[in-house]
Design a protein around this ligand. Structure first.
Ligand code: GUN
Length: 292
């Protein structure tokens, strides 16, 4: 069984980016602006990792914080400032947002040329049509991981569990596209899918992205399948140092005995999401400085 170690794969990508930065002729470095509304624990952690990774590889980053009570107009104003700031290459607004803010309106307010999360309808439309675009960071990170470990995908049956705009849907598009690590036959499963177990048993590649801890069990997995676990649910556990443990969507302990390759949680896809975001930010910078 091959462990698809996100630490290894993301370090390789970060090292490449770091070298690209060292070779830049321009004094101005790629600059990511991250906007965090409120203080949800998981979102705080994700945004802190994103900002720290920028520092590690020599990108500039700005963290813009707004209180949970901030209005939609206030957030739109911050986005507008970033859109018009020539020093900023990439903008991300950490999701989810407080209920009183319309997430779609916020996503659509980001200038598509700075949409390093790839959530804007322009970015998604370009992805669907096979045009150059910013690919949402998690599916992008998974494609980079498949590339890093040279997993064969052509002609394989990939089953994606989950149809979110952030992971499942773009993942299914990428895996079915005529690109490196694409060319799969893809089935998307969701809450209304019947015979999920039978469908999963036909999968050469399973991507579990539904956010239900330990949902994919060994009896759902074919011998030799490649299993990608996107889940990162916090489960309260008083015996853990932080008071919680991170659980994936896959029962790693039992599924790993059948899989030919599998991602761990933590230490798998989560780290690749950051690698995808950094690559998008570099691309946004190159597009803007016309070096790309
Ligand atoms: N929330 C969960 N995943 C993501 C992501 O990739 N980007 C943003 N902005 N928010 C998220």
């Amino acid at each position: 069984m091959l462990l698809l170690d996100g630490k290894l794969a993301s370090q390789a990508i970060k090292s490449e980016l770091k070298q690209q930065i060292i070779n830049l002729k321009n004094d101005r470095k790629p600059h990511l602006a991250a906007i965090l509304v409120g203080n949800d624990g998981a979102s705080e952690t994700y945004v802190a990792s994103k900002v720290k990774s920028c520092e590690e590889i020599g990108f500039q980053s700005t963290l813009i914080r707004l209180p949970h009570s901030a209005s939609e107009v206030e957030l739109l104003q911050k986005i507008d400032n970033c859109n018009h700031n020539p020093e900023i290459d990439g903008i991300l607004v950490q999701l989810p947002l407080p209920k009183h803010i319309n997430e779609q309106k916020i996503i659509e307010a980001i200038d598509p040329s700075k949409d390093v999360d790839g959530f804007h309808p322009v970015s998604v439309g370009r992805l669907v049509q096979g045009l150059s675009t910013f690919i949402p960071a998690t599916p992008y990170g998974i494609m980079l991981m498949l590339e890093h470990f040279n997993i064969e995908t052509k002609g394989k049956h990939a089953v994606v569990i989950g149809r979110s705009n952030i992971v499942g849907r773009p993942m299914s598009i990428l895996l079915s596209s005529n690109v490196s690590k694409g060319n799969c036959t893809v089935t998307i499963c969701h809450s209304a899918t019947k015979n999920l177990k039978e469908i999963c048993l036909q999968a050469d590649i399973i991507v579990a992205a539904l956010g239900r801890p330990l949902f994919v069990t060994a009896d759902m997995v074919k011998e030799g399948a490649v299993v990608i676990d996107v889940g990162i649910t916090r489960i309260e556990d008083a015996s853990a140092k932080k008071g919680y443990r991170i659980k994936g969507d896959v029962d790693f302990e039992n599924v790993s005995a059948k899989a030919s390759a599998i991602t761990p949680v933590p230490g798998g896809v989560g780290l690749m999401t950051i690698a995808g975001l950094l690559k998008n930010t570099m691309q946004a910078y190159l597009n803007r400085t016309q070096q790309g």
